[in-house]
Design a protein around this ligand. Structure first.
Ligand code: NDP
Length: 289
């Protein structure tokens, strides 16, 4: 039976460590880290994410500012708001909650964020730095995965890693990070042939697809490390909400073969917010006192 990689517990520990670092700043009468979260429009899921980010900031002593913008504003107005935050000394990190309503150009909005305040790590400068091995802001979900791996002392060097999914926010950056840790990395996607065979060769499997129970237990090599990034809602009449969240991996079967596995919920998810706080602290510490 696999050891469960408890992202919830680990994220609490990391948040406590961050709170201690923030306290050192405020005890020395220095400014705490500040995070601005921009939300455009009324997407209910985005609202929930923004509110949990604000709560996490409050719990660690990080100053947070929500900038809620009407969904009918223009792209220019959005850029203007981002530029104001770029100049705001109280703000060390800027996060643009995605997705934006359809008429916005997401790429140019993300590029308007100062790379020094880009705590989501989506600015092309930070993406480029990640790939050439320079210090950068690393996107929060992949950063959280590496943190789990390191804190559980899982060795990566020389291992075969298969990443399923090639999105800019999860698949590609986690592949770059695993490569940096000296894994031999293969990235699979919807056009990949023979996925089960490929996964069977993996010592480390990272699944970031978004399809419930897609990765079967018998694809998992004996002793493999399984990181399930997927968050999928499936009907569950026995739950008061009528649904439950599951990952991409058939957990019950995979757990029997893996050496380590992340649950969903409670695995990678909670680490993502902890890494946002960590990146915000990093942005604050970079500018010194
Ligand atoms: P995207 O939809 O951007 O990417 C999904 C990837 O899966 C694509 O690269 C796609 O391939 C690939 N894919 C789809 N179908 C298959 C298939 N049949 N075989 C192999 N590959 C396939 O998703 P994200 O990366 O944004 O998110 C992935 C999952 O992770 C989602 O469930 C999301 O909710 C979750 N997530 C969780 C986070 C957390 O904090 N835990 C944070 C971010 C995401 P192709 O490129 O060819 O289309």
């Amino acid at each position: 039976m696999a050891t469960i990689l408890d992202g919830k517990k680990l994220s609490e520990k990391i948040k406590q460590e961050i709170a201690e670092e923030v306290k050192k700043l405020t005890d020395a009468s220095l400014q705490p880290p500040g995070l601005a979260v921009i939300i455009v429009g009324n997407n209910p899921a985005s609202k929930v994410y923004v509110s949990s980010k604000k709560k996490a900031c409050a719990a660690t002593g990080i100053f947070s500012l929500e900038v809620a913008l009407d969904e009918n504003i223009t792209q220019d107005k959005l850029i203007e708001e981002i530029e104001k935050l770029n100049k705001n000394d109280k703000i060390n990190g800027i996060l643009l909650q995605l997705p934006l309503p359809k008429h916005f150009d997401e790429h140019s909005a993300l590029e308007a964020i100062s790379p020094e305040k880009d705590v989501d790590g989506f600015h092309p400068i930070n993406v480029g730095k990640l790939y050439i091995g320079l210090d950068s802001f690393v996107p929060c979900t992949p950063k959280g995965i590496i943190e789990i791996i390191k804190r559980y002392n899982i060795s990566v060097s020389g291992k075969n890693a298969v990443v399923i999914g090639r999105s800019n926010i999860v698949g590609k950056p986690i592949a770059a990070l695993l490569l940096k840790e000296n894994a031999t990395v293969t990235i699979a996607h919807s056009k990949t042939q023979n996925l089960p065979e490929l996964v069977k060769s993996a010592d480390i499997v990272v699944s970031a697809i978004g399809k419930p129970n897609f990765v079967k237990g018998d694809w998992i090599k004996e002793g493999a490390v399984v990181i399930d990034v997927g968050i999928n809602s499936v009907d569950d009449p026995s739950s008061p909400k009528g649904y439950k969240l599951v990952g991409d991996v058939d957990f019950e079967e995979a757990e029997k073969k893996a050496s380590y596995i992340t649950p969903v919920p409670g695995g990678v998810g909670p680490m993502t917010i902890a890494m946002l706080l960590s990146n915000t602290l990093k942005a604050r510490l970079r500018i010194g006192s």
